[in-house]
Design a protein around this ligand. Structure first.
Ligand SMILES: Cc1cc2nc3c(=O)[nH]c(=O)nc-3n(C[C@H](O)[C@H](O)[C@H](O)COP(=O)(O)O)c2cc1C
Length: 263
């Protein structure tokens, strides 16, 4: 699974020390792979002479460390976190393919438990109107299920449905977003971590997002919608509306005092 080029390996042992699974050892002054591993790629990343590769991955995507591109200052980073806002009003211009690709890569490169890399990213842009229509079709059945279960989502969903029946251009689930992302994963934290990085990348691309707990809970009630999305075999860990914001914020929003225990 891990390939070490014996010609290139200088036997420094850096990969062996950094391997979290003790899957490498030194034999005759050369690193060798001795067991299956989680393919975290630390051995690739740490090798001073580029002797390590993982054939299963596209090694052309591996980038060399460059000091100039790795320079987020703590001040700017915290500033970005504080100024990020949930967006509920979007411009009509669709997100560019380039922006979406960067956003998807931010998710793809996020850490996953045991390096499972099991997140599935479903990006609905071209067929967004079709999905919205399908949701309205499904909503009466979803509402009866929610009412039966005494779910807290019954009332708001019924209200959204009434608004739509009165004026079909009103969609309180999607507002006027131009793209919709669903993240499916086996471990919900993996999907959540990917979502946070994707949101930050969206903001860096001039876009904005809204996490939608409403849509996440709606989709959970509908096998037909899950099938349409291609997410039947995963847990839905995040639903996100995306687009270019039609609002701008002048300052940060206040927060509760931090709940921190220092020991
Ligand atoms: C997991 C999650 C689910 C959310 N679901 C919704 C939602 O369904 N509808 C909505 O209007 N806002 C939703 N929000 C947005 C929160 O209300 C928002 O983050 C919070 O009010 C703070 O505002 P800010 O994100 O602009 O800082 C959600 C946020 C998170 C993190």
């Amino acid at each position: 699974m891990i390939r070490i080029d014996k010609e290139l390996c200088i036997g420094c042992g850096a990969c062996i020390k950094d391997c979290p699974g003790n899957a490498l050892k030194l034999e005759e002054q050369k690193a060798v792979s001795v067991r299956e591993c989680i393919q975290c790629g630390h051995c690739v990343a740490i090798c001073p002479v580029k002797a390590v590769s993982i054939p299963e991955y596209d090694m052309d995507e591996v980038e060399e460390y460059d000091e100039n591109t790795f320079s987020i200052s703590p001040k700017h980073f915290l500033h970005a976190i504080k100024f990020r806002r949930s967006i509920r009003n979007f411009r009509s211009e669709p997100l560019s393919r380039e922006a979406l690709t960067d956003i998807l890569n931010a998710g793809r490169y996020t850490a996953t438990a045991k390096n499972m890399q099991d997140c599935r990213f479903i990006l609905v842009q071209e067929h967004l109107e079709e999905l919205k229509e399908l949701i309205w079709q499904e909503l009466p059945q979803i509402l009866s299920r929610l009412e039966e279960k005494n779910s807290p989502y019954f009332r708001p969903f019924r209200y959204f449905y009434k608004l739509y029946q009165h004026d079909p251009s009103v969609n309180q689930f999607f507002f006027n977003c131009t793209a919709f992302l669903v993240i499916g994963s086996l471990n919900p934290l993996d999907g959540g971590l990917a979502a946070a990085n994707m949101e930050n990348m969206a903001v860096a691309k001039g876009a904005g997002v809204l996490y939608s707990g409403y849509l996440q809970n709606l989709l959970k009630e509908s096998p037909r919608l899950q099938k349409w999305l291609g997410i039947e075999d995963k847990e839905i860990s995040c639903c996100m509306l995306l687009g270019y914001p039609a609002v701008s914020y002048k300052r940060t929003a206040p927060r509760k005092k931090a709940d921190i225990i220092w020991k």
